[in-house]
Design a protein around this ligand. Sequence first.
Ligand code: NAD
Length: 251
Amino acid sequence: MENNWYTLAREIRDARKITVLTGAGISTESGIPDFRSSGGLWSNNRSFVDIVSKDYYEEDPAAFWHAFKDIFQIKLAGQYLPNKGHHFFADLENMGKEVSIITQNIDGLHELAGSTNVFEIHGNIRQAYCPTCQQGYDLSYINESDVPTCSTMTRKVSCQTVLKPNVVLYGDKVHDIDQAFEAALTSDLLIIAGTSLEVTPVNYIPLEAVKMGTKTAIINKEKTRFDPYLDVVIHSGIGDAVDTLQRLVQA
Ligand code: NAD
């Protein structure tokens, strides 16, 4: 295991271009539950998929917002802060690296940590928009009413369309996936952190990166079925991993 730490530290030092692929596990140490760990949001609950869906939003947008706000209540409060993991990846830019972050998370914590090139492929829960006139709204507006509606005025008539969260719902297309692949496949190093890699199409990125000769590393608490294909595998919590890596990268 110790070898893995040194190898990853060396790869980080040597790489010019680094892509980081993250999932819910990078934000658990900020207090946000992940998806598939015990106690995670999924909890084998099929109704989650039915509720957080494009079909439900289109069928009954008001009921959708009640259920959606209930499920993501804590996140909507916007009280969470980036942790050591988010900061470590943001700080790679200060080391002069060209860094892209591909995140499956919707919590916006990579940008809050200071990362400047973030692909939020599943969107961002802190934003919503009007599907009629495309006007965007922020978290405080979303939280002003139970069912947020568009307040844009056109010829003295208020639009009033029920907003859609800027989150990829089941049935929606993921955002920026081509750019995400491009970033990963043209990098010297792909670091995967805090994801079970169970979600498609993002879980094709590591395998494609391996084929292209990009060095690959994963930092995750539990094993994933992709571990055997990756160059460096570290099973650790992200905070502990960062403590070790910071020391070795600077050594
Ligand atoms: P997942 O729950 O399937 O997997 C999370 C992985 O992170 C697990 O393998 C777990 O072992 C690992 N993990 C948990 N805590 C960790 C820690 N402290 N350090 C290192 N690893 C840790 O999550 P996923 O792969 O991202 O897929 C879930 C989907 O749910 C994603 O599409 C995402 O959009 C969504 N989601 C997002 C959030 C968020 O925005 N924070 C939270 C829950 C779910």
